[in-house]
Ligand binder design. Structure first.
Ligand SMILES: [Zn+2]
Length: 324
């Protein structure tokens, strides 16, 4: 099976109440970990590439690695551009064989967001085969590669704008802001309460009322959540016990994401959790085996941790297992 776009995957996910994981990939081991996990779970998967990944690994390497994963696993895999900043980068990816792109003009005024998104949609939909387009309304706090928004400068999606936006742009899916955030430090300690037993921060709940309202205005339309790592504390603990120093790293609780996946959310973006799992595996290996110097040994452990994490996400959070 060749690379696929997200259209049919989202239709089925919407109907059956689950979400597809969109995992960021930056190197071979991450691509392998994600796709081997998806294969074992019999799950469709989205591999997404950010501007930072393109800079780090070069687009041609990422594309060929994802193609290798398709050949190796036979899975329906979407190759998606994460946070395309302008028309040119989206066009470049569409011409280069991506099957899905995100145009992110969420920081621009409403009319400008519509105009640029519309231009990308026209180009993507005229492409053969059809390339799907995701856009965004509302802004998330946090840091993800080149996307940086200060805490306090974020804004929730206004449900009054979504119908007009989707109608005028013709976009295939919409990322909304309901309180998720980019990075491994999603919430400031003062936004959270602290679990008295473990000392771990408990973040404020997602705004399910906004999601509910958006899905009423856009029946059957796929919604996307960015910044949806959960910062699983078992990995933070391994990192901190093996020389790391991640203080008060906190994410979106997995039960809330599971709830969103049963609603209109069809794509959930996960990046920081992969980084944490990889780092946990490598740190643990390095500390336990100070005599090792073969990168396959420690990166291999990182890859095993990422794979284990992705299987957990697919089965316990996204619900996309056995959906092929
Ligand atoms: Zn994002």
């Amino acid at each position: 099976m060749p690379l696929v776009n997200s259209k049919e995957l989202f239709e089925k996910a919407y109907k059956e109440g689950y979400a597809i994981g969109a995992f960021n990939c930056n190197n071979m081991e991450i691509v392998q970990a994600i796709t081997e996990a998806a294969k074992e779970c019999n799950s469709p998967v989205i591999l997404q590439v950010s501007a930072g990944a393109r800079k780090y690994a070069k687009p041609v390497y990422l594309k060929k690695m994802v193609e290798a994963a398709v050949e190796d696993t036979g899975l329906p895999i979407v190759l998606h551009l994460d946070h395309g900043a302008d028309f040119e980068i989206c066009k470049d990816c569409i011409d280069g064989g991506f099957t899905s792109v995100m145009i992110d003009c969420s920081s621009k005024p409403f009319e400008e967001n519509i105009a640029i998104t519309r231009k990308v949609v026209e180009y993507a939909h005229a492409h053969k085969p059809y390339v799907t387009v995701e856009a965004e309304l509302g802004t998330l706090a946090g840091i993800e590669d080149e996307v940086k928004v200060e805490h306090g400068a974020e804004s929730y999606t206004n449900p009054d704008q979504v119908e007009e936006f989707v109608k005028r742009t013709g976009v295939d899916s919409l990322a909304i802001a309901i309180g998720t955030s980019h990075g491994a430090y999603k919430f400031r300690p003062e936004q959270c309460t602290r679990d008295p037993k473990t000392g771990v921060l408990l973040p404020p709940p997602l705004r399910f009322d906004i999601l509910e309202e958006v899905s009423k205005r856009l029946p059957g339309f796929p919604i996307v959540l960015h910044g949806s790592s959960s910062v699983n504390q078992e990995y933070v603990k391994i990192i901190n016990e093996h020389g790391g120093a991640l203080k008060d790293a906190v994410g979106v609780p997995e039960d809330q994401l599971r709830h969103a996946a049963r609603m209109a959310v069809c794509k959930i973006n996960i990046d920081s959790d992969l980084r944490l799992a990889m780092t946990a595996g490598i740190r643990e290996h390095m500390e336990n085996h100070p005599d090792h110097f073969d990168p396959r040994q420690y990166i291999g452990d990182g890859r095993a941790y990422v794979k284990q994490l992705v299987k957990h996400k697919i089965t316990d959070v996204l619900g996309s297992n056995n959906k092929i």
